[in-house]
Design a protein around this ligand. Sequence first.
Ligand code: LLP
Length: 449
Amino acid sequence: MDLVDEGSFQRLSYRGPMKQVDQQASDPVRWSLLPSTAGVLADGQLTIGGCSVEDLAATYGTPLFIYDEEHLRSRCREAVAAFGPDVAYASKAFLCKAMAKLAHEEGMRIDVSTAGELHVALAAGVPGDRLVLHGNNKSEDELQAAIKASVSRIIVDSMDELNRLERLTEGLDDPVPVWLRITPGVHAHTHAFVQTGQEDSKFGFSVSSGAAEMAVARVESSAGLELKGIHAHIGSQVFDLANFAQAAAVVGAFFAPLDLEELCVGGGLGEAYVNAEDAPSMAEWATTTLEALRASGVPEGTRISAEPGRSIVARAGVTAYTVGTIKELPGLRTYVAVDGGMSDNPRPVLYGSGYEALLAREPKASRPSTIRLVGKHCESGDVLIEEASVPKDLHVGDILVTPVTGAYGSSMASNYNKVPRPAVVFVRDGVARIVVRRETLDDLLTLEP
Ligand code: LLP
């Protein structure tokens, strides 16, 4: 069950033998890749949250990130139902004040991994005691900010961080609650860039080398720190539940004798991005993990939590682009260029990850033509979909939608070529609200004296 290596593109989409969906390339985009409230108007056009995608594009411009608020909320509720009230939303997948507020309202904690994410979550009104702080190289300023905000847990990643924390907590009245991040030595079946549970990793304390045990002893001897629990995260876009079970077995065996109350198994549940993929459900992930933890001796009553990011937001979001140029090269291929690209979705370039495309005016159309979907940036690597299936009558001016862009899209967007970053709109019950406005050309100059 290895990754499919396609020349220079190592696909992030895990193509294991199980749970593959039988599809023809020309089939319409599978409806289950769209946000849960996606619908079709009488004239055939796509709606999300009761709003016409073509109207949203006309009103707010393109590229536009459109999030289905109902979908976001129901995924948060699913996570809480599967893992309980300590489950955290990994905000690196997509963060703005509206998202932090939404996840908080739905009962999730929020995982922040930098001072920036912490700042946004606090600005959204999320109380410190509902935040957890991650990071393999937290600065003193970041640790200080977290202590000041009374974040519920700091997840300690290294001995250097422990040194910093000991200095910063000297003389405090109350000890600062921490978890230790351990590395279970498990290779998750996913792209190498997002594997984090293997021995050769910049993250956490290795169990097998004894580093994790030493870190426990060190925290227990620190007056300023209180060891609350253990944390592990094996990687992202993981489809194979066996990987979670393997990690849980190692983490559980390490955790069981420590007599601690809390254990967090991280995030990483995979999401289907293209027609041929299918992913396990949140409930299946939780059941597999909890069973493996119990089998490894984790006592009843332990507060077990997780930290999903992608699986909360990925499918809730789509990107709407306007088609600007179509270049046909007979005998070679056709390039279709949209008004965004690697600045709003760097994932195809970074990880070779796959996407589908559909027309906002006819989302259920069959897609017999194969084109290369590219952006507007000044390099040939600016590819959104290497081999995109699209309807035959695709033309300049069409609104083209790429589904499953809710995770690590807006949050990884850049200003490459000084392209202003897209707006983000939440839709629900026929109402749209801008939660992040589009950058203006003048915004591009705000940092310059
Ligand atoms: N917890 C920790 C400590 C993490 O580092 C991450 C993701 C998560 C939870 C959430 O994982 P998720 O459920 O979202 O898979 N930029 C890459 C993904 C990087 C993931 C980083 N850490 C991508 O676009 O695929």
